[in-house]
Design a protein around this ligand. Structure first.
Ligand SMILES: Cc1ncc(COP(=O)(O)O)c(C=O)c1O
Length: 442
């Protein structure tokens, strides 16, 4: 039985914290990293206090290693059920960034078999709203393998245009590497349609699901994407845990980019004349082929606990409903403040609009925008509270520049299901107080 929202909020130790002068934490930076419930924290503690051994697959030679291996295998199965795929299609990665690198780098390697491999002159299609974590592996594919990068421009609000996408898709487009939901504009791209159109063109699809997967039920087979990257630390799981989903027959062909222990079944060393040697590895099948070295076992076990928490104690559909309320409150509140410019659709009913808001405040002549000043005000000047938001370029610099901003800097609030409508109201009232204070000072 899912828990009430009050109970859910009580699960998060950070929300019970009182900082100096008994201030409560209002955490509005979940797009960066979510908070963790006690259930996840305890599951990780249990690993350290009751297991503490190696859980890498392979024959476990002692009791603790066997138990750890079993617990890790269970966590992978839970994640597979969460995504509706096979356990062998779930690869543990440290985060979205690594997962995107694993695919893009793997596809451009000489050892990747054709026709999957991307070679000089082949194209990758992306957008101008991507996070640096997608954009920079694409830069590397261009620099190192001569892959041509093409961009579909989104609208100024960050909306995806299927017609421009179809126009840009050509005979040499071998991969579409694309956001699912934006951490800046809160817009969601029609990934199912994108995948269908790409597949009709013989093109593979890699989706950056960092901002989508934590907020919605997902069925990867229904969506049809070939690869999906996301971070578990944005969905109540341990820091430094992420997932790469890949269709089995594609993962099977993809070479690993990071190799070493645990990625091979065996290695032979052929030593010839004058010590000239050949190293002959036989690589593991996926997912182990992509999980080099000793793994983050407590993180893997904590990931299983996060999946249980989201799907059983909270419920992914309930998260969608809760976030619809928070989104409406947030966007309607922001659009009632004339000085605020929201980057992204301000209408909460735009399909796929996420419950986050990136915005700009007016700029005084000759002065930088008051982005840092706002963050400091929220952290220190709101009576009885510390409101935590993010002031930065959100790793989406090109889109800031496209909007004509001289510096890649904006403010962002990103609630999750453990936030309350009252916290959104408090943030909005504090924003108005900051603007009043600013006006009075000028
Ligand atoms: C859309 C998007 N993609 C990728 C990332 C990178 O995630 P990570 O830092 O967990 O690798 C983020 C992080 O905020 C993101 O919002």
């Amino acid at each position: 039985v899912p828990a009430s929202w009050d109970r859910v909020c009580q699960d998060f130790p950070t929300l019970q914290l009182r900082t100096s002068r008994r201030r409560r934490v209002v955490y509005l930076d979940s797009a960066c990293q979510s908070l963790r419930p006690i259930q996840v924290i305890r599951s990780m503690e249990r690993y350290y206090s009751a297991l503490g051994a190696c859980g890498n697959s392979g024959p476990a030679s002692n009791f603790l290693a066997r138990k750890t291996t079993e617990a890790c295998a269970k966590a992978r199965e839970k994640m597979a059920r969460f995504l509706r795929c096979r356990a062998s299609e779930v690869v543990w990665q440290p985060n979205t960034t690594h997962a995107l690198n694993t695919v893009i780098r793997g596809l451009t390697k000489k050892s990747c078999p054709l026709p999957l491999r991307l070679t000089r002159g082949d194209e990758i299609l992306t957008t101008d709203l991507e996070h640096h974590s997608n954009l920079l592996p694409l830069w590397m594919a261009h620099e190192e393998a001569g892959i041509r990068i093409r961009v579909v421009q989104v609208t100024a609000e960050g909306l995806f245009d299927l017609n421009s996408f179809q126009e840009r898709l050509g005979p040499r487009t071998k991969l579409v590497s694309i956001l699912w939901s934006s951490n800046m504009t809160g817009t969601t791209f029609p990934l199912k349609e994108i995948s269908r159109i790409a597949h009709d063109n013989g093109t593979k699809v890699l989706a950056d699901g960092a901002q989508f997967v934590p907020h919605h039920p997902v069925n990867v087979h229904d969506i049809g994407t070939d690869f999906l990257a996301f971070s578990v630390h944005k969905m109540c799981g341990p820091a430094g845990m992420g997932v790469l989903y890949g269709r089995e027959e594609l993962l099977d062909q993809l070479p690993a980019s990071v190799v070493g222990g645990e990625t091979v079944r065996g290695v032979r060393l052929q030593v010839g004349r004058r010590g000239v040697a050949r190293i002959l590895p036989v690589f593991e099948s996926p997912p182990e082929r992509f999980e080099a070295g000793l793994q983050n076992f407590s993180g893997i076990i904590g990931t299983g606990a996060a999946v249980d928490y989201l799907s059983q104690r909270v419920g992914m559909s309930r998260i969608e409903d809760r976030e619809a309320i928070l989104r409406e409150r947030l966007l309607n509140g922001l659009r009632s403040i004339p000085e605020v410019r929201v980057i992204g659709p301000v209408d909460p009913d735009v399909p796929g609009r996420a419950a986050l808001a990136t915005f700009l405040l007016p700029q005084k002549k000759g002065e930088p925008r008051r982005v840092q000043a706002l963050a400091q005000w929220m952290d220190s000047r709101v009576p009885g509270h510390r409101i935590m938001l993010r002031s930065s370029g959100h790793e989406v610099h090109p889109f800031h520049y496209r909007l004509g901003l001289a510096r890649a800097e904006s403010s962002r609030v990103s609630p999750y299901f453990y936030n309350t409508p009252e916290e959104i109201d408090l943030f909005l009232a504090s924003l108005k107080a900051f603007l009043d204070h600013d006006r009075a000072g000028s």
